[in-house]
Design a protein around this ligand. Structure first.
Ligand SMILES: Cc1cc2nc3c(=O)[nH]c(=O)nc-3n(C[C@H](O)[C@H](O)[C@H](O)COP(=O)(O)OP(=O)(O)OC[C@H]3O[C@@H](n4cnc5c(N)ncnc54)[C@H](O)[C@@H]3O)c2cc1C
Length: 332
């Protein structure tokens, strides 16, 4: 009988796991795959920052999952928790547990819109939010991006390419851009020459890069999309509030901890992701960034440290594969 595989999260990794299983079992005799995701469609968040300058491409960023899958079932539902013995999963607001032979946790991370789209925001509303962001950018004279990680750097590139007339400044607290990826060793993937090249490239595009300055996050000025810009999206909606944490209208200069000030009428805060950990917290061991700790086969380690759940795996952004003594242990 075919083994039941439940994948929690149909983002990049969950979808890929399902596609690989279908490929490995072309007749569907060995596995029966079900993806559970709170979002109706797969949303290609890698396009999220480009959509802030080219909102019309929303149609390419939203992909119905059944276009990528042949046989796997897709259930739109939020998973509440995992029962490691069995194993089984429970959906929100439902009592019965759904059993499986294997569970794959692929719950990923969340990031303020427009980096990622929250499950409750439909793609039409998302498209209108992108248009609003673009309209707001086009009226700005001085933009500051806070945070020189991958998102800040990418956004700086997009703004400088599409709006070269706007003064764009990227302020980063590290001594080089994307500094957490820089260095030598297993975790560090960027060489000094690479981070230097990244900086030179965006400076050539017109971005003013400031290193070693940490911006004080305050409420200085209005936040989010100004009320009254209405185009169908209510500014008091959750969607608009989610945007506020990413984009801020300013009437006052930004201040760094050093006392240095940065004039801006629009600010973007690109300061990191949060793991979607609600499903596994209390059940499995959680490590750095609230990611689920795994053994060398990517099986989830039990919260009481008594070993790994034999049939529950994790993959993608929610998975911490370097838990033991800070070493990478994931082998698959
Ligand atoms: C702005 C931005 C730009 C990026 N650009 C790049 C890039 O250019 N290249 C690159 O390699 N990476 C990029 N990344 C990183 C990339 O997006 C992630 O590495 C990737 O999305 C991780 O995939 P995932 O499947 O692990 O998680 P996610 O894509 O986060 O998917 C997780 C899925 O799980 C679902 N989910 C979560 N909890 C539950 C639950 N309880 N019940 C049901 N469903 C649930 C969510 O709805 C979501 O669909 C970027 C990230 C951001 C924010």
């Amino acid at each position: 009988m075919a083994k039941k595989v439940a994948i929690i999260g149909g983002g990049w990794i969950g979808l890929q796991v399902a596609m690989n299983l279908e490929k490995a079992d072309p007749k569907g005799e060995a596995v029966e795959v079900t993806i559970f995701d709170a979002k109706k469609h797969f949303y290609n968040n890698v396009a999220g920052l480009r959509l802030c300058v080219e909102p019309e491409f929303i149609v390419k960023a939203v992909v119905p999952r059944d276009q990528a899958l042949k046989r796997s079932k897709i259930i739109q539902a939020e998973v509440e928790t995992i029962i490691p013995d069995g194993p089984a999963l429970k959906l929100k607001a439902r009592d019965e547990a759904i059993p499986a032979d294997f569970i794959v946790l692929a719950t990923g991370t969340r990031y303020p819109f427009p980096g990622k789209v929250p499950w409750w925001l439909g793609h039409m509303a998302a498209g209108r939010m992108y248009q609003k962001i673009r309209d707001r950018i086009s009226r700005a004279k001085k933009i500051v991006i806070v945070g020189g990680g991958p998102t800040g750097v990418e956004l700086a590139g997009e703004l400088c390419e599409f709006f070269p007339e706007i003064s764009t400044t990227l302020v980063h607290s590290g001594d080089r851009l994307m500094h957490t990826y820089h260095g030598v060793g297993k975790d560090q993937v960027l060489k000094t020459t690479t981070t230097d090249k990244i900086q030179a490239r965006i400076e050539k595009m017109g971005c003013n890069v400031v290193l070693n300055e940490r911006i004080v996050i305050d409420s200085g000025g209005k936040t989010g999309l100004a009320a009254g810009e209405g185009d169908g999206v209510d500014d008091s909606s959750m969607a608009a509030k989610e945007t506020e944490t990413f984009m801020q209208d300013r009437t006052e200069d930004l201040k760094a901890e050093s006392g240095r000030t940065f004039p801006a009428d629009l600010v973007f805060y690109c300061t990191g992701t949060t793991a979607n950990s609600d499903v596994y917290t209390n059940v499995f061991k959680v490590g750095e960034g609230n990611r689920v700790a795994c053994d060398e086969y990517l099986r989830c380690r039990l919260a009481d440290d008594s070993g790994s759940a034999p049939a529950v795996y994790a993959a993608g952004d929610c998975c911490l594969s370097k838990f033991i003594d800070g070493q990478h242990t994931g082998k698959s």
